[in-house]
Design a protein around this ligand. Structure first.
Ligand code: SF4
Ligand SMILES: [Zn+2]
Ligand SMILES: [Zn+2]
Length: 340
């Protein structure tokens, strides 16, 4: 029987990468410690900052929200309805129940669950965008999420957006970007992306934890999450990179961590110079972009069959004014590339 590394009691979870095993309580402690260390090492946010956690209903984002509330941070959740049939309805349900069960903890830190429906707010859902646009479904989904998270955080006065990307996600993204030598994307792959005019700070507090660890955490904490994959995932190239990394991990445990953490420690500084794109406000929505119109507005115009100039005219009044005042802005999708 394996023994817990910390208390020598019977272990229930093995973390091969750390060559360690833990009992339930010590494993939960280990996860919180990894998150605490990530937050502190990268100065992600402090106890007074208002944190908006992008929650999808999956294990990682709910585990993140749970850990942050346990650590006493002022963490709210943001759920974006993508309109992907039953998958989206079930995700929304799971997130609402999670928030209901933590009403006390949320009230204690002034947190809330923010819900935005893409179709209601912007006139299209993801399946339609995948059919009508020129981008892949996951590409338009990814850029829509980044756009809405950023804009919602700015408009609601949050200091930082936190996402549940774990070690496996980050290693797979880095592998994909490296295989194509997308040096501008590589340069932006960091646990923290600092705020810029029109862009709120983005952080990934789970980047030191593997998918197995976040799954075990969610299980041991009794978090009910959506297990099934998004039905549109077939087109997601990141999945193939994940599988490739998993095969390497089986024969050489620790490969993912060495690849990602080694990059962050030793190679990331070499790529920084790549990240110097000049940003101006999108002419339609005011969010920061490297071109005339941001990628979200371009994709949206295409899906809705509108001319970008019309979009610019339509939002000129109230909405655009507000967006402009909030920022001299930048476009998240173009800056924070990657599929999801
Ligand atoms: S698999 Fe693709 S379409 Fe589905 S949620 Fe992820 S990025 Fe969006
Ligand atoms: Zn223990
Ligand atoms: Zn725009």
């Amino acid at each position: 029987m394996m023994k817990c590394r910390r208390c020598r009691g019977p272990a229930v979870v093995e973390v091969r990468r750390h060559n360690a095993a833990f009992c339930r309580d010590c494993f939960l402690h280990h996860v919180r410690e990894q998150v605490r260390r990530a937050i502190r090492a990268h100065d992600m946010f402090g106890p007074d900052d208002r944190v908006l956690v992008a929650v999808s209903g999956g294990k990682d984002s709910l585990a993140l929200w749970d850990v942050l509330l346990e650590l006493g941070y002022r963490a709210s959740g943001l759920y974006l309805g993508l309109g992907i049939g039953d998958y989206s309805s079930r995700s929304a349900e799971v997130v609402r129940r999670f928030a209901r069960e933590r009403r006390g903890a949320l009230e204690a830190v002034g947190g809330e669950l923010v819900e935005i429906d893409l179709a209601q707010a912007y006139g299209f859902d993801i399946p339609t965008a995948g059919r009508k646009g020129s981008r892949s479904t996951c590409a338009v989904c990814g850029l829509s999420k980044r756009y809405v998270f950023n804009r919602a955080a700015l408009e609601r006065g949050y200091d930082v957006v936190a996402t549940g990307h774990n070690l496996d996600d980050e290693a797979a993204t880095l592998l994909g970007n490296t295989l194509r030598w997308q040096t501008d994307y590589i340069a932006r792959q960091a646990p923290v992306l600092p705020a810029r005019p029109g862009m709120v700070r983005k952080v990934k507090p789970l980047y030191r934890l593997s998918e197995l660890e976040t799954a075990a955490y969610s299980f041991l904490r009794g978090i009910d999450y959506v297990v099934e994959e998004c039905p549109l995932v077939a087109g997601n190239t990141q999945l193939r990179y994940k599988e490739a990394m998993n095969r390497l991990e089986v024969t050489s445990p620790g490969t993912k961590a060495q690849f990602l953490l080694g990059y962050l420690d030793r190679a990331a500084p070499l790529f920084r110079a790549e990240d110097a794109a000049a940003l101006t406000p999108c002419r339609a929505c005011g969010q920061p972009t490297t071109g005339r119109f941001c990628a979200f507005c371009r994709a949206r115009a295409q899906v809705l069959g509108l001319r970008l100039e019309d979009l610019a005219g339509r939002e000129e009044d109230g909405e655009r004014q507000v967006a402009r005042e909030l920022s001299e802005e930048v476009l998240p999708a173009e800056l924070y590339g990657g599929a999801s």
